[in-house]
Design a protein around this ligand. Structure first.
Ligand code: URP
Ligand code: ZN
Ligand code: ZN
Length: 465
């Protein structure tokens, strides 16, 4: 009988605050010891030359979410969590979308049924509140927060999802009462509708004009308004998928005033620009997401936000559709106007390699910032206990990284359900070579060794606690 089940030896351990050489010993799925020359284990994993990082936590992914008539998301829970594991992740937080009029528990039942026995890694749901009725705000939401569904997302845009300021205030008030954390998608719906109608009247219907229908002021104004509404209620919020300097500066100014406004940005705002939506014929549809990719100046601003801590979260906003598919980006209606092209791009598998390569390998952020932005801050922000760091007593959710491994991102090498990646051909330095969930390998030597169903649903505590 050995003291430990597994020990990872000779690696460099990285947390949000420290980088040091140590062996990491695992017992019953948890980290049992960290120290020098630990050998009393059933299995010894040699991590010489490798980094021992907490598994990535991606707190913004969309999986199996209904996306409009005739449109189907490219990933179910099996393929999305498999791709996530290959990308060095051990936890995802997908959304549970409430249909108008639907009781929240009914929506949750559907999503739990889809995820059960299908996941390779652990998960937890954010609720999307599409219909903040009296019953939802008065009874359903408080009861669910008490049951550990402690975060939700609301939208300031999209037909069927956009809430009025009155409704937003109602949701924020319940969040304050219950301790839930609200994510806000900040874009001005009326401005987008107005500009979309105008572009269509002028015959400007190609995917490229998606960007023109929601320029930076649309996001800046909504970000400012969301922050003001949160300030009125005196409640923390998360502004998700920030794409540019003006929105970032709104968040920074609010933070300077002492408000708890958490900022999130995503790979698309570091690497893509609106020019990508210019592709021939419908090629540009591959890059259509909201907010849209902007320009090089905006990319630089998003880097600054990550470097200075204005953004605590770097998430994928994985929202995968197939390109060459009438149920995806090439929906026949999409050819009649960008308005109908499904919004969203795949990215759960490439989030971490992109930030590692463009951030750590190119000297823009430190390894410790990388860990904070991709794992630790997600756990803290969303009340996920015992995950997101390499520490004694924490779940042994670990990714082994080879910081020198170079590769090109290519669709052929990815594991998601989409038939393309918006990052095709990008050169990467630094890849996760193994991913371990609660002490057991899910991916080892770039091969899947975990089983679907190994991933569990995890109930969360109060955000930020
Ligand atoms: O275009 C995007 N981001 N699609 C996903 C839905 C959302 O708003 O996050
Ligand atoms: Zn959104
Ligand atoms: Zn999203």
């Amino acid at each position: 009988m050995t003291a430990f089940d597994t020990v990872i030896r000779h690696g460099t351990v990285v947390t949000a605050s420290d980088t040091y050489q140590a062996d990491v010993a695992i017992k019953d799925g948890r980290i049992g010891a960290i120290g020098a020359a630990i050998t009393d284990a059933a299995e010894i994993v040699d991590a010489s030359g490798l980094l021992v990082l907490p598994g990535g936590i991606d707190s913004h992914v969309h999986i199996s979410q209904p996306s409009g008539p005739g449109i189907v998301m490219a990933d179910d829970f099996e393929s999305a969590t498999r791709a996530a594991a290959f990308g060095g992740n051990t936890f995802v937080m997908p959304y549970c979308l409430q249909a108008k009029g639907q009781p929240l528990r009914e929506a949750l039942k559907d999503y739990h049924a889809l995820a059960q026995q299908a996941c390779y890694i652990d998960h937890s749901f954010h609720l999307i509140i599409a219909d903040p009725s009296e019953a939802v705000l008065g009874q359903e939401l408080p009861a669910l927060v008490a049951d550990g569904y402690t975060s939700l997302k609301i939208f300031m845009t999209y037909q069927d999802l956009a809430l009025s300021d009155f409704q937003i205030l109602g949701v924020l008030d319940v969040a304050r009462e219950t301790g839930a954390l609200v994510q806000i998608h900040a874009e001005n719906y009326d401005a987008i509708r107005f500009l979309t109608d105008k572009l269509e009247r002028a015959g400007q219907i190609a995917p490229y004009f998606h960007g023109r229908s929601r320029p930076i002021p649309v996001e800046r104004e909504a970000t400012h308004r969301a922050i003001s509404l949160a300030e009125l209620i005196d409640v923390p919020i998360v502004i998700v998928h920030v794409s540019n300097r003006e929105a970032m500066e709104e968040i920074r100014r609010a933070q300077m005033r002492g408000l708890t406004i958490v900022g999130e940005t995503c790979p698309q705002y570091l690497l893509l620009t609106e020019e990508d939506m210019q592709g021939l014929n419908m090629e540009g549809a591959k890059y259509v997401c909201s907010p849209p990719p902007r320009d090089k100046v905006s990319q630089q601003a998003c880097w600054e936000g990550l470097q200075r801590g204005v953004f605590a979260l770097f998430s994928s906003d994985h929202c995968p559709f197939r390109y060459d598919d009438e149920e995806g980006k090439l929906t026949p209606k999409g050819r009649t106007s960008f308005r109908w092209v499904p919004n969203g791009i795949p990215g759960v598998e490439t989030r971490l390699p992109i930030l590692f390569s463009e951030g750590v390998s190119k000297g823009r952020i430190s390894l410790n910032q990388f860990v904070a932005l991709t794992a630790t801050n997600h756990a803290k922000t969303y009340g996920l206990k015992g995950k997101g760091s390499i520490a004694i007593g924490y779940d042994a959710d670990i990714a082994l990284w080879d910081p020198t491994k170079t590769a090109k991102i290519s669709q052929a090498g990815l594991h998601h359900g989409s038939d393309y990646t918006p990052y095709e051909g990008i050169e990467i330095t630094g890849w996760p070579v193994a991913t371990m969930l609660r002490g057991r390998f899910v991916v080892r030597d770039r091969k899947l060794v975990g089983a679907k169903g190994d991933g569990r649903y995890v109930t969360r505590g109060k955000p930020g606690a």
